[in-house]
Design a protein around this ligand. Sequence first.
Ligand SMILES: O=C(O)c1ccc[n+]([C@@H]2O[C@H](COP(=O)([O-])O)[C@@H](O)[C@H]2O)c1
Ligand SMILES: Cc1cc2nc[nH]c2cc1C
Length: 357
Amino acid sequence: MSEVLSSTVASIQPIDAEAVAAAEAAQAGLAKPAGALGVLESLSAQLAGIARTCPPAVPAKPAVGVFAGDHGVLAQGVTPWPSDITFVMCNVFQQGGAAINVLARAAGASVTVVDMGVAGPFAEGPGAEGGAELVSKKVRPGTADLAKGPALTRDEAIQALEAGIEVANTLIDGGADLLITGDMGIGNTTPSAALIAALTGTAADVVTGRGTGIDDEMLAHKTSIVADAVARISADADGVEVLAEVGGLEHAGIAGFVLGAAARGIPVILDGVIAGSAALVAQKIAPASVGYCIAGHRSFEPGHRIALEQLGLRPLLELDLRLGEGTGAALSVPIVQAAARILTEMATLASVMAGGQ
Ligand SMILES: O=C(O)c1ccc[n+]([C@@H]2O[C@H](COP(=O)([O-])O)[C@@H](O)[C@H]2O)c1
Ligand SMILES: Cc1cc2nc[nH]c2cc1C
């Protein structure tokens, strides 16, 4: 492991159990029946644990990082779309017309698109009004074909993880207090399925899905590619090795983003199946990083449920979304903010009862 990755991993602490307990006690005394705010209660306690204080500040500056990359496995026919769409969509993000731009504006979040390995020529620069800033962290122009051998070298995987850590640090240094994962990469549901299969020990046919929309024949082929690639991974492989063998550059970027957020004590909302698979990599590298993760939603892709089970995360929304980009995570921002507000603003049961006497 190189210096940035190892020092980041070393600085990740478990979330603070005392602040969690203080939030649970505070919730029990608020003007409502015990447990009546359901998941908002556990979410508020998690936010207190992350902030290491109760009540936690209400997140005011959410920031989406959309990690983009292309995939050599497209040569195998695993998606109906050409890889050019990855590059095209990055330009749409910059212009402000993509779904994530709309939902991020609705959530008051900034959007930064990170080129982890887009095949096309990528120019860094600020976005149009309401659009995303583009940042280049290109490791290589797309992964190698994971059906034929490792998608990345170990050094490339580490470089990409560290790029994700740097993006998290830059956003946090700029004032972001809630990070949101996004992704763009035609073909990336194939490496997502492979990571989930490898890191949860689940069969390829359970975790492989239709992604952007493929027929039964293509799905059977995609499943066999996932099964064969996962079979190359030894049982004692570490997180970086699994990532290099069957992952993608955007998966590496997101895993680094999660590690970076955890190391700085900032909550991170995970989007769909790509983020779920990347968070499994982060979990394998630094188990305590999961304490900082919130599952914004559960995507329609079947592997996402398996990933969330292993992470021990309950999704806040279930809307059959399967777009990626960070859309489901951005939609959940008001719920996360509301959970923190409850602890700060609600009256206690004792004060209400005293007032009613
Ligand atoms: O977020 C999800 O769960 C999700 C599920 C299916 C597809 N996607 C998006 O669709 C693209 C990958 O789909 P595919 O079929 O090309 O592997 C990629 O750009 C993802 O952001 C995203
Ligand atoms: C058009 C399009 C937009 C996307 N956004 C995320 N993945 C995508 C895949 C396609 C095909």
